[in-house]
Write a protein that binds this ligand. Structure first.
Ligand code: BJ8
Length: 427
């Protein structure tokens, strides 16, 4: 891949020396965490292929789209409606921010003691390591947590960044109205960027495309209710992570093939672990590529993760199927903006929907325990953990709290705590 794409990366202004270091490290980590798994579904080969060319094939597709006059829109958060970007004739790409590889560059501007996701999101642009970021014409941010909101102001100095206001009390009529207006303003911004006026037909089609993607992801998640589950938590996490930047229609097709294989496995009672392996739900902050740390620890300790209450899990599909029956642009945008406020992020207050989701998912996926995952200094999820724990206690599901970052320094300590938790569950 390196030889094929070096010129493309150079033209994008990539810091080649540092980029080479990154690309040298990733295959080793991936081999160790992913390719050593036993009895993986055959259809995972597609996702292995995507990762093997992570900075090559898809970036080339983005650049080809740009050649054809399209714009590339980058984003970091579920509240940015994919449907709207696709309808504007732009290509949407979810940026990751799941590694501490660029901490040094980020810390030249940002405080040291902030959420690692925020640091990485900014750092990959500052260090010129991410070809997706280099290809982006605009980044769309959101006012979710304070850290991200303020980081986007600084990011705007490196890449044009437009920030959407997300209301924080979603159950009120004012909030729905505000978000609708925000999304309408985003629509105008996108139209300005792409020179394409969004039509009813554009929106109907894009809603259909994204509905299909969410539906297939939902089916994938559901297969994990089986005992034993037909796919590991690590593999399912990887599929969800790739959902953010792959071509949506190809992704849907490939994931449908995976789901079909998994359903066949379920029929034949083929699982990836022993039926007695403890079933764990991970709940909390998102995990961006290549953040596979917790999943790897848990599954290397003999348990299996069967569901993620997370933006790389059920939160991504939680708005369900968006209704595209309206026959006006305004009606369709309203359907989108209302649906997106069903994403239960901890930036909401109160956020009862998320607490209820945790209880419902723990029952539906027959989990033995929950690991609440917080990225360091993420106050929203960290504080909300108390409510999640209390609600789970009422249905007798124990919870372990893990707060961590992207370093490997605490792997030993987390492993010890996870092993003790699993021992406790077995008893
Ligand atoms: S919808 S979870 S993707 S905001 S950056 S809140 S970890 S301190 S990512 Fe998120 Fe959208 Fe919500 Fe999902 Fe905490 Fe870090 Fe903030 Fe974070």
């Amino acid at each position: 891949m390196e030889t094929d794409y070096r010129k493309m990366w150079e033209d994008l202004g990539i810091n080649m020396k540092k980029h080479d270091q990154l690309l040298a490290a990733l295959p080793l980590v991936y081999q160790d965490i992913y390719l050593t798994q036993k009895n993986r579904p055959k259809a995972m080969e597609y996702y292995d292929f995507v990762i093997s060319g992570v900075h090559g094939i898809r970036v080339k597709e983005l650049l080809d789209a740009k050649e054809d006059g399209k714009k590339v829109v980058a984003y970091f958060c579920l509240y940015v409606p994919e449907e709207l970007v696709i309808a504007s004739n732009a290509v949407l790409v979810g940026l990751c921010g799941g590694s501490n590889f660029v901490d040094q560059e980020a810390e030249e501007v940002l405080p040291r003691n902030i959420c690692p996701l925020i640091k990485a999101s900014y750092g990959f642009k500052a260090a010129r390591i991410c070809p997706y970021f280099q290809a982006a014409d605009i980044c769309v941010g959101e006012t979710t947590c304070d850290g991200k909101k303020k980081m986007y102001e600084l990011l705007n100095e490196l890449c044009p960044t437009y920030t959407v206001e997300v209301p924080q009390k979603p159950d009120t009529e004012q909030a729905r109205e505000l978000f609708y207006k925000e999304i309408m303003t985003l629509k105008s911004k996108l139209e300005e960027l792409t020179g394409h006026k969004i039509t009813v037909q554009d929106l109907k089609k894009s809603i259909e495309i994204v509905n299909a993607k969410r539906e297939v992801l939902d089916k994938l998640i559901s297969t994990r209710k089986a005992v034993p589950p037909p796919i590991s938590g690590k593999d399912s996490l990887l599929v969800s992570q790739i959902a953010f930047y792959d071509d949506p229609q190809r992704f849907t097709q490939k994931t449908a093939e995976l789901v079909e294989e998994l359903q066949e496995r379920i029929k034949n009672k083929v699982g990836v672990v022993d039926a007695n392996a403890p079933r764990i739900m991970v709940s909390g902050c998102p995990m961006a590529i290549p953040n596979w740390k917790l999943h790897n620890i848990v599954e290397s300790s003999g348990a299996v993760i069967v569901v993620e209450e997370s933006c790389v899990g059920t939160r991504y599909t939680s708005m369900g199927k968006i209704n595209n029956s309206a026959n006006t642009v305004e009606g369709l945008v309203k359907a989108i903006s209302d649906a997106y406020l069903n994403i239960h992020c901890s930036c909401f207050t109160p956020n009862t929907g998320r607490i209820e989701d945790n209880v419902r998912l723990a029952k539906e996926f027959k989990v033995d325990g929950v690991i609440h995952y917080t990225l360091q200094t993420c106050h929203g999820y960290n504080i909300e953990a108390a409510k999640v724990e209390k609600a789970l206690k009422e249905i007798n599901v124990p919870m372990l709290r893990i707060e961590t970052d992207y370093s490997t320094e605490d792997v030993g300590q987390i492993t010890t705590r996870v092993e003790a938790f699993l021992e406790m569950l077995k008893k």
